[in-house]
Design a protein around this ligand. Sequence first.
Ligand code: MRU
Length: 338
Amino acid sequence: MPFVQSRSLRVDIEALAYLDQTRLPQVEQWEACNTPEAWQAAVKRLAIRGAPLIGLSAAFVLAQYAARNPQGNWQGVSDNLRATRPTAVNLMYCLDAMEACFDQGVEALWARATALFEEDRALCQAMAERGADLLRDGDRVLTHCNTGALATAGVGTAIGAFSVANTRGTKLHVYVNETRPLLQGGRLTAWEMADLDIDYQLICDSMAASLMAAGKVDKIMVGADRICANGDFANKVGTYMLAVLAHYHQVPFYVVAPYTTVDTACATGAEIPIEQRDGSEVRGVTGAFGEASWAPKDAPVWNPAFDVTPATLVTGWVLDTGVFDQDAIARGEHCRER
Ligand code: MRU
């Protein structure tokens, strides 16, 4: 019997397995992940990805390490896991929670990791319901990256809202940005839209402006990797571009995330560490679909994985606790203790 099971993570006492997201949608392959090193390798290559899933899987791999190494350096392992990807704060949230249980032993660590997983499932449902409340029948909604069941323990964040709306009978048309360079939209969100039976069209990121100019986008909903005390937030690179376009074209722009993505210690977006990735991801593409490289093999590349959207461009922050507007954010209501 699995301890926990989601769309992309399976855990029991013996083994941890993940659905390799680099191989989707062509190949659905589960891989074992039974050491901190294996987890780090999978997270670095984005086989395990999405802010909540990174944190939850880290919690389980830490519990598993502790169970197998009662005298091991639990703190050292946690420090290494923490350093694997710097931007999504959910990883820090989960590891903080695990470290707080170190003195209670292995059983407490398993219980804590399981509780974090169940919490995320509930948070997804709560924010998805609130996000769905904002969606109207016939809405044409643009989204970026992948924010669905693949990236969380539950229905997802922005995609969770689409999913709940769909279940309620609210008909949507979702425009899916392909999300260069690693194509989380083209590979994963398109796959999830089809799986959920939601009407969608895939577009190249560079088409979003003319789509909005043509009046074909009613709302934009995206996820987040870290939301600051002032409401600035980091998400997949390309999100800021959408927010600027939304502002110009007067399209409501929403960010959907759980409270575990809010970092009250981060005052503004300038303080968010942005992960820089290898240039090969921009010089070409690789996946289960094959491999192609089009740029000169030594072409210099700038490849930040995330960008920061200033709070002034956001219409609403859809959290599990409520939908916050600019005034509520300025009062710090999204930072309240839970
Ligand atoms: O680099 P990734 O694929 O892990 O980036 C994921 C995103 O940017 C998502 O939008 C974010 O994690 C929120 S998803 C629940």
